[in-house]
Ligand binder design. Structure first.
Ligand code: HEM
Length: 307
C-alpha cells in the first residue's frame, strides 16, 4: 500500500502548529519539490528526537490541487461546503496549503515550523498560524473528552486512508479543517446538567446521556451512510484546542477516505433533519474558517517532486 503521511493516523500529541498558506507565485515545480523536502524535514526531526513523537501532514487545497498536480485529481475533492442557517455558519476559506506539525515537545514543533516556513517563504502568504495543545488529558476547553470515540487500531487506517483499489490516490486522505471559536464565558455559565444535555455525554465519565436530545452534539454528529443505512459514517478526528487570553476554541481537523462523511455530519449539525433541529453546541461556538484539502501519500509527493 502507498504509505500515508505519518500525521494522519498518529496518536494524539501534546503540541501542534497549524500553518495555512496561499501561494503567491506560479512556480509549481518549486512547490512540488519543496513539499517533498518538508517530508524530509519531518523525518529528520523524527530521527533526531524520536522521543518527541514528531508527525506531520501536508495537505493541498481543493482549488490549488489541479494547478500543483495537473492531470490527476482525487474524485471527491470538492469545495468546502459553505453552509449557513440562522446564526449557524460554516464559512469556507480553503487555503492553497495546510500544514499540520505535531510533537510532544513545543520547542521541536517550533523548530520544524520555522524550517517549513523559511523553505516556503518566498512563494507564500501566511494566512493562519495556530498553536494547538493537549488540554487536561485530551479534553476540549469545554471540559469534555474529545475524540474518545475515534476509530482505533486497524479501523483508523480504513477510516482515514484511501485503500489500494484506487491506484492513483491510495494512501491519500481527504482533510477538513475548521477553526472554531468558543464563547467560554457563556458556556461556563451553564449548569453541568445543561452542558451534558448539549454534548450528549457526561462530563466525568464520558457516558452517553440517558436523555436522548436530538439537538445534542452526540446525536447530530452520528450520521448514517446513505449508501449503506446499516453503517454509521466515520471520521478520524485529530483536533486540538488553541487559546490565548483573547480567543479560545478548537482547531478541528478530520481525515477520511471519502469527503462525504464530514459534509453529512456538518449538514446535520447546522440544519438537523427536521425543523428546529441543530447542534445546540453551535450556540456556544462559531466556525471562523473552514477548508477542504487532500493529503496525498508520501510516494505521490516524492514521485512528483522531480516533474
Ligand atoms: C466546536 C467544535 C467541536 C467540539 C468542541 C466537539 C466536541 C466533541 C466531543 C466532546 C465529542 C464527544 C467525545 C468523542 O469525541 O467521542 C465529540 C464527538 C464527535 N464529534 Fe465533535 N466537536 C466539534 C465539532 C465537530 C465537527 C465539525 C464534526 C464533524 C463534522 C464532529 C464530529 C464528531 C463525531 C463524529 C463524534 C463522535 C460521535 C460518536 O460518539 O459516535 N465534531 N465532539
Amino acid at each position: 500500500m502507498s504509505q500515508p503521511q505519518k500525521g494522519i493516523c498518529a496518536e494524539p500529541n501534546l503540541h501542534a502548529q497549524y500553518l495555512q498558506y496561499n501561494i503567491i507565485d506560479e512556480d509549481e515545480q518549486a512547490i512540488r519539490a519543496k513539499l517533498a523536502r518538508i517530508l524530509d524535514i519531518f523525518d529528520h526531526f523524527d530521527d533526531e528526537h524520536y522521543e518527541a513523537m514528531v508527525s506531520g501532514v501536508i495537505a493541498v487545497g481543493c482549488d490549488y490541487f489541479s494547478e500543483l498536480y495537473p492531470g490527476l485529481r482525487p474524485v471527491e475533492l470538492s469545495p468546502f461546503p459553505d453552509m449557513h442557517c440562522d446564526d449557524r455558519v460554516a464559512p469556507s476559506q480553503t487555503t492553497d496549503l495546510f500544514i499540520q506539525i505535531r510533537a510532544d515537545r513545543q520547542d521541536i514543533v517550533h523548530a520544524i515550523s520555522t524550517e517549513v516556513h523559511e523553505l516556503l517563504r518566498i512563494h507564500v502568504e501566511l494566512v493562519e498560524d495556530i498553536k494547538g495543545f493537549r488540554y487536561l488529558d485530551g479534553r476540549d476547553l469545554t471540559g469534555y473528552l474529545d475524540a474518545d470515540d475515534n476509530p482505533r487500531g486497524l479501523a483508523k487506517k480504513t477510516t482515514a486512508v484511501i485503500a489500494d483499489n484506487d491506484p492513483d490516490f491510495a494512501g491519500g486522505s481527504y482533510v477538513h479543517a475548521q477553526r472554531y471559536r468558543h464563547d467560554m464565558r457563556r458556556w461556563n455559565l451553564l449548569s453541568q446538567r445543561h452542558q451534558e444535555q448539549i454534548m450528549g455525554r457526561s462530563r466525568e465519565h464520558h457516558l452517553v446521556s440517558p436523555e436522548e436530545n436530538a439537538n445534542s452534539h452526540y446525536v447530530r454528529s452520528r450520521v448514517t451512510d446513505l449508501s449503506n443505512p446499516q453503517a454509521q459514517h466515520q471520521l478520524l478526528r485529530q483536533s486540538m484546542p488553541y487559546a490565548d487570553m483573547r480567543e479560545q476554541g478548537l482547531f478541528f481537523v478530520s481525515h477520511c477516505q471519502s469527503s462525504a462523511p464530514f459534509k453529512s455530519m456538518l449538514h446535520s449539525m447546522i440544519f438537523g433533519t427536521t425543523v428546529g433541529e441543530y447542534d445546540a453546541f453551535l450556540d456556544y461556538s462559531n466556525a471562523e474558517t473552514g477548508g477542504a484539502y487532500f493529503a496525498p501519500s508520501i510516494d505521490f509527493i516524492k514521485r512528483r517532486a522531480q516533474s
